[in-house]
Design a protein around this ligand. Structure first.
Ligand code: GTP
Ligand code: MG
Length: 264
């Protein structure tokens, strides 16, 4: 009997999905179940980075049947922002030897079905960005005000920093660990959501091959958003500061612009 040739999306590399959490106790167990099922058979583990959530998210993770196996918990002392949590999670994942690190929201907005195709995309890229702003990508469930804010933030970041990536603020990405080092992600300075733009900028300036994979972003159905005015302002000001820094260095040296890189 002939079998049709389906693509084998099982990753050939050890992957760690880093999930930052703050007050996600309501939805995290079901989300972990879905993530583990969608990646069963692949070499994909999960690292939850929790900032001592008052709602007991860490306890829910600890009582998950896969805790201690495919699911690990990095407990931080308190809330310091998304960027700080990602740096801690990425540092841990690359230090223990994972070859691929994925960043993903833990609130269900990012679809677990996109994980294996995005990891497979690393065969011909250094970073695969789950993009809402390429053909096939979309945002579902957001009011028009939130959609407009996201689109405006993207436009602003792309225009000011001259970025090619269409979804510069994406929170769903797969990185080769070598690319994490080359882009200097562990030396990023944003504490909040600016981390997403800073890492896009560093990836492009480091000459990494960035590929976009269309995703449908769905608004969370449990828990509450942690996005607030202060993190938006931090990101807004940082973008301007980074560009100004580039232009100043450019003018000072009369050479091509570069961002500082950290090496493993
Ligand atoms: N560890 C940690 N996780 C955080 C922090 N802030 C947000 N998160 C997590 O980061 C992910 C994204 O945060 P959200 O509040 O969903 O923000 P968003 O997805 O950009 O925006 P929404 O559409 O409003 O949900 C979620 O899994 C949050 O629990 C933080 O300070 N520390
Ligand atoms: Mg969210």
């Amino acid at each position: 009997m002939e079998t049709s040739a389906l693509p084998d999306l099982r990753p050939a590399r050890r992957c760690c999905v880093v999930l930052p959490t703050y007050d996600e106790a309501d939805g995290i167990a079901v989300f972990l179940d879905r993530l583990l099922a969608a990646t069963a058979g692949g070499d994909v583990d999960v690292l939850v980075v929790d900032d001592n959530s008052p709602d007991g998210t860490a306890d829910v993770v600890r009582s998950h049947p896969a805790h201690g196996g495919r699911v690990r918990l990095l407990q931080r002392p308190g809330k310091e922002g998304l960027g700080v949590a990602y740096r801690a999670g990425f540092a841990h994942a690359v230090a223990v030897g994972y070859q691929v690190v994925v960043q993903m929201d833990a609130d269900g907005s990012h679809s677990v079905e996109d994980l294996l195709p995005m990891i497979a995309g690393l065969d011909s890229a250094d970073v695969v960005v789950g993009s809402r702003y390429v053909a096939g990508g979309a945002t579902r469930g957001w009011p028009w005000t939130r959609r407009a804010l996201s689109a405006a933030a993207n436009l602003y970041a792309r225009a000011v920093l001259r970025l090619r990536t269409h979804d510069a603020t994406a929170g769903f990405r797969a990185w080769r660990s070598s690319a994490v080092h080359r882009a200097g992600l562990l030396a990023t300075t944003s504490n909040g959501y600016g981390f997403q733009v800073e890492s896009t900028w560093r990836a492009e300036r480091s000459g990494l091959r960035v590929r976009e994979h269309p995703i449908v972003f769905t608004d969370r159905t449990t828990g509450a958003s942690k996005m607030d005015g202060a993190v938006a302002v931090e990101a807004f000001l940082s973008v301007a500061r980074w560009r100004l820094g580039e232009l100043t260095r450019h003018a000072g040296r009369g050479t091509s612009v570069a961002v500082p890189l950290s090496r493993p």
